[in-house]
Design a protein around this ligand. Structure first.
Ligand code: CTP
Ligand code: MG
Length: 232
């Protein structure tokens, strides 16, 4: 099963406090964005990678991708103000066939596995839209003015990550409609949900963290070490 992936990497990485975009932070021998792109470069199902970058970072990213001999990075597209704008720019360049599968995956999530990607792609091709999610480990409560108003039944709450996968026409129409309505969503599926399309959950792994704050770098190093140990 073939797919295209759009990788938004055009943020500022403010919460990481590195003084520059976190995509360039080194994790062992390579920058964060190289780890993430490598997953898709190596996945035989992935046909095409579209990376969304800040205008002044397209050059440095291109150099990196050449250094690492990536063959599938088809385009580096300039991003926008918010993640949603960046993803939309990437999707415009994906210009896929209506029923082609397109994935959106954060540049800041280097640990997604091929098994989860494949499960997600199969689900999206059957159902139109699918997202990687995790069951909550903690009990979740609703709170108003600092006081608990409700305990939400744990089995009904999931946290969702990326990748999120869609039939191209489903996600592209949702992004166009969101722009028309000036709707701002927190993730890609929230745009699709408002089009009354059912989004299916594929259970992911706890390793698939987004590197957001400096503490996450410690966890990232531990995950890499664990994986390296398994390969030896
Ligand atoms: N992103 C993007 N374009 C934006 C904002 C974010 O492509 N205008 C990308 C980021 O590069 C990242 C992903 O979306 O890969 C998830 O966003 P987040 O983790 O919030 O990264 P940043 O926005 O870079 O970090 P921060 O919010 O701390 O500034
Ligand atoms: Mg952000």
């Amino acid at each position: 099963m073939k797919y295209t992936v759009v990788i938004p990497a055009a943020g500022q990485g403010k919460r990481m406090k590195a003084g520059h975009n976190k995509q360039f932070l080194m994790l062992e021998d390579r920058p964060l964005i190289v780890h993430t792109v490598s997953v898709f470069e190596q996945d035989t199902w992935c046909e095409r990678i579209i990376v969304v970058a800040n205008e002044d970072e397209t050059g440095p990213m291109n150099t990196l991708f050449e250094q690492w001999n990536f063959r599938k990075v088809d385009r580096i597209v300039t991003g926008g103000e918010e993640r949603q704008d960046s993803v939309f720019e990437g999707l415009k360049k994906a210009d896929g066939l209506d029923d082609a599968i397109v994935l959106v995956h954060d540049g800041a999530r280097p640990f997604v596995t091929e098994d989860h990607i494949h499960e997600l792609v199969l689900k999206a091709s059957e159902q139109g839209a699918a997202v990687i999610g995790l069951r909550m480990k903690d009990t979740v409560k609703k709170v108003a003015d600092g006081v608990v108003t409700e305990t939400i039944e744990r089995s009904s709450v999931w946290s969702v990550q990326t990748p999120q996968a869609f039939r191209f026409s489903v996600v592209y129409d949702a992004y166009r409609k969101a722009e028309e309505d000036h709707f701002r969503g927190t993730d890609d599926t929230s745009l699709v949900e408002r089009m009354n399309v059912s989004v299916h959950i594929v259970e992911g792994g706890y390793d698939n963290i987004k590197l957001t704050t400096p503490e996450d770098m410690v966890v990232a190093k531990a995950i890499l070490k664990k994986r390296r140990g398994k390969r030896q």
